[in-house]
Design a protein around this ligand. Structure first.
Ligand SMILES: Nc1nc2c(c(=O)[nH]1)N[C@H]1C(S)=C(S)[C@@H](COP(=O)(O)OP(=O)(O)OC[C@H]3O[C@@H](n4cnc5c(=O)[nH]c(N)nc54)[C@H](O)[C@@H]3O)O[C@H]1N2
Ligand SMILES: Nc1nc2c(c(=O)[nH]1)N[C@H]1C(S)=C(S)[C@@H](COP(=O)(O)OP(=O)(O)OC[C@H]3O[C@@H](n4cnc5c(=O)[nH]c(N)nc54)[C@H](O)[C@@H]3O)O[C@H]1N2
Ligand SMILES: [Mo]
Length: 683
């Protein structure tokens, strides 16, 4: 039986290398690919459930069209594509091409994802989104401070003597990193976790700091104050490699540990202890997650945390550094602007990027000249995953025509006029980068798409023909229908990198030509000053934040006495182990483990509200409400309520019914965790 190399294209740190066994055209078995040193030790449950996912009876195998009566009915490709082409031509004639909103999510990685953008340019343009739901505040904070987003190889973590998991829960979201954490601990490293929740990652930690959500910037500035005051700063390093040290140190006088402790609601002694650990136990690595990066103050917070490594000389050395995102494999995107942060991204005057993804439900209806009347949504499930779901639903419903491409009938697909069935990772070859490990990987086609499924590149090609788009340009931008056409298209992308060939990639993961085991080991930083920038004129100019890292109160949730008394609890909506956002929860095996959404509450809070384990609680604010069962959790910081994101509206637990359409201070992220809610017994 053939054993073939592939890789998982989910938006996940691990981006696992995989081997698959195929028999008689069907998937039989899956395992980790040992050639990926970061992920070779095994797959997660999601990875193992792929066979179930591919053959799930609920998978969409045919186009669907909304019938006159309002229901979606099965249609042929000809019907669906003729309908779409007709509506696109009419909309373009009435309003111009930018009346189409092209909205994509992070459903799958791969170079072929660029086909959509290429198609819409040939169509004459479109309106699209800027910013990102996921990680931009941290990316931009890192770029402003260090010059680029790169970090040491994942396996270098074993060289650390101190590891801080800061707002990151790798035991659920990056399980392979935990292997390196445990190896480092076995070799004597200390582990500190900073999270309002006692997470699975905190089991086995030496210290868990359960600070008030959104106060990490204050905590970091308090620690920095102690580092300076106690002479724990690596003065040689700051003199040679840090821009703005003197200004930063002077500003820190405003952040005595007592003030930081009061803001973060942690003991002063904890701040002193954290400073002693960071100042004394080297090398130290901070693995920063995305938890504290989902606030209105996040970018400045992330800058304040990176500063701790700059002060202690923990950059550019084995076992040291800032592990946030490693874009060494992002060979095909603009290195300075990997996500198109900066609106309006209209360098060619064709496409208009005027929809903030964090404010999608508000920006869609606000578009003028032309208004948006059509939406094309692929690889994403914005209805449950974007902030302020009620606004997204209303905005989609107000349009004239909606097309969604997905593998399943998601909340978003249910709103569509035409639903097209999407391929899975096993049904078209593509090339993947990653954001934690340094491997370029081939995601191979190993089975034929089931039913009438067609990959997006083929959908675009067929539509281009119907729209009469110029054939020469179309065939340059989009691969032809045969597998060989797709491989030729990919080979053209690989051509600039001699080490990367399809033949080599078929054998297993290949290190990126940009790979450096120890990031910044030459202590060169591609910032304007060539140094690590604590003082950033660019930050002030581009984002209108203070040039030094600072801390401001999150906009909605605050510890001030004057906040809205109806909403005294802080809602956290983190990610969870056996799902990835809104994916996998629909599979019977995954659903069995977490059948329904739960609200975790501290037992003290629950008692005050008269709620017991299993009771239904209403979580509400002035934007929306959900009703879910209570799970008592003594490991949760009192005053917080935690519901994992990813449940569908159709399942009754979509947390984004409660979140606000608010951007982060840097780079147009979504401030998902800056949310105040009330709790009451559901009636
Ligand atoms: N299994 C699984 N793996 C995934 C994903 C998934 O959905 N499922 N998603 C992938 C993607 S796209 C992403 S973005 C990453 C996310 O990976 P992580 O960053 O690990 O995940 P999050 O759940 O966003 O946040 C991490 C932690 O931050 C904590 N937190 C919340 N607010 C604060 C705060 O104010 N301060 C501090 N210090 N901590 C806070 C939360 O309690 C949570 O435990 O994971 C990737 N991997
Ligand atoms: N409240 C709250 N909300 C959050 C977060 C949070 O922490 N809290 N996290 C945010 C983060 S970090 C992220 S990354 C986003 C994720 O939000 P999205 O980017 O919308 O990702 P998913 O929910 O994984 O949905 C992806 C969809 O793509 C489909 N899909 C998979 N493969 C393919 C394919 O090849 N083609 C097509 N056409 N479709 C495919 C899947 O079936 C799925 O429906 O959610 C964000 N939302
Ligand atoms: Mo994400």
């Amino acid at each position: 039986m053939p054993v073939l190399t592939t890789a998982c294209p989910r938006n996940c740190y691990s981006t696992c290398g995989m081997r698959v066994v195929v028999e008689n055209g069907r998937l039989r078995a899956l395992a980790a690919h040992p050639g990926n040193r970061a992920t070779g030790h095994g797959l997660c449950l999601k990875g193992l459930s792929y066979i179930e996912r591919v053959y799930d009876p609920a998978r969409l195998l045919h186009p669907l069209i909304r019938a006159a009566g309002g229901d979606l009915r099965r249609a042929t490709w000809d019907e669906a594509l003729d309908l779409i082409a007709g509506r696109l031509v009419a909309a373009r004639a009435a309003h111009g091409p930018r009346t189409v909103a092209y909205v994509t999510g992070s459903g799958t990685k791969g170079l072929l994802n660029s086909c959509g953008g290429a198609f819409w340019r040939l169509f004459g343009g479109c309106t699209t989104t800027y910013g990102d739901l996921c990680w931009p505040a941290g990316l931009e904070a890192t770029r402003l401070t260090l010059g680029e987003n790169a970090h040491n190889a994942p396996w270098d973590l074993v060289n650390a003597r101190l590891i801080v998991l800061w707002g990151k829960n790798p035991a659920e979201t990056n399980i392979h990193q935990m292997d390196f954490v445990r190896q480092a601990q076995a070799a004597g490293a200390r582990l500190i976790v900073i999270d309002p929740r006692r997470t699975e990652s905190a089991e086995g930690a030496d210290l868990l700091v359960q600070l008030a959500p959104g106060t990490d910037g204050a905590l970091a500035l308090g620690i920095a104050n102690v580092l300076v005051a106690r002479g724990l700063v690596d003065r040689e390093f700051t003199r040679d490699h840090v821009h703005g040290y003197e200004e930063f140190a002077a500003m820190l006088r405003r952040w005595p540990p007592e003030r930081a402790a009061a803001v973060a609601d942690v003991p002063v002694a904890t701040i002193a202890h954290l400073a002693e650990e960071l100042g004394g136990r080297r090398p130290a690595t901070i693995c920063a997650g995305f938890g504290m990066q989902r606030f209105t103050n996040s970018g400045q917070t992330m800058r304040a945390i990176i500063a701790l490594l700059a002060l202690t000389g923990n950059i550019g050395r084995p076992g040291a550094g800032w592990v946030y995102a490693n874009l060494q494999t992002h060979l095909w995107s603009h290195p300075k602007d990997p996500l198109g942060f900066f609106p309006p991204a209209t360098p060619d005057g064709v496409t208009r990027a005027t929809l903030s993804i964090a404010r999608l439900g508000h920006d869609l209806p606000a578009q003028r000249d032309p208004p948006v009347t059509v939406a094309w949504i692929e690889r994403g499930n914005p209805l449950p995953q974007c902030p302020d779901a009620p606004s997204v639903r209303a905005a989609l419903r107000a349009l004239d025509f909606r097309v969604v491409i997905d593998q399943f009938l998601t909340d978003t697909a249910r709103e569509a006029d035409v639903v097209l069935p999407a391929k899975t990772m096993f049904e078209q070859t593509d090339i993947l980068n990653a954001y934690w490990h340094p491997y370029i990987q081939l995601k191979q086609k190993v089975i034929e798409p089931p039913g009438e499924v067609k990959p997006e590149s083929e959908v675009y090609r067929l539509l281009a023909g119907r729209l009469g788009l110029p054939p020469a340009e179309t065939s340059l931008a989009l691969p032809g229908p045969a597998d060989a056409d797709v491989e030729a298209w990919l080979a053209r992308k690989l051509a600039p990198f001699p080490a990367l060939t399809l033949e080599r990639l078929r054998e297993g993961p290949v290190l990126s030509p940009e790979f450096r085991e120890i990031a910044f080991d030459d202590l060169r930083f591609p910032t304007p000053s060539g140094r690590i920038e604590l003082l950033s004129a660019q930050a002030a100019r581009r984002w209108r934040v203070a040039p030094l890292p600072d801390w401001t109160e999150p906009v909605e949730w605050s510890r001030r006495a004057d906040r809205d008394p109806r909403f005294p609890y802080h809602l956290l909506t983190p990610n969870t182990k056996d799902r990835i956002h809104s994916q996998f929860g629909n599979l019977p095996s995954v659903r069995a483990l977490a059948p329904a959404p739960l609200a975790r509450l501290h037992p003290g809070d629950a008692a005050r509200l008269g709620l017991a384990e299993g009771d239904q609680v209403r979580v509400f604010n002035d934007r929306g409400a959900i009703e879910v069962a209570v799970r008592l959790d003594g490991g949760l910081r009192p005053g917080c309520v935690c519901v994992t994101n990813g449940y569908w509206l159709a399942e009754g637990g979509a947390v984004n019914l409660l979140t606000a359409a608010r951007e982060t201070d840097l780079a147009h992220g979504a401030a998902f965790h800056d949310v105040a809610v009330g709790l009451e017994r559901a009636t």
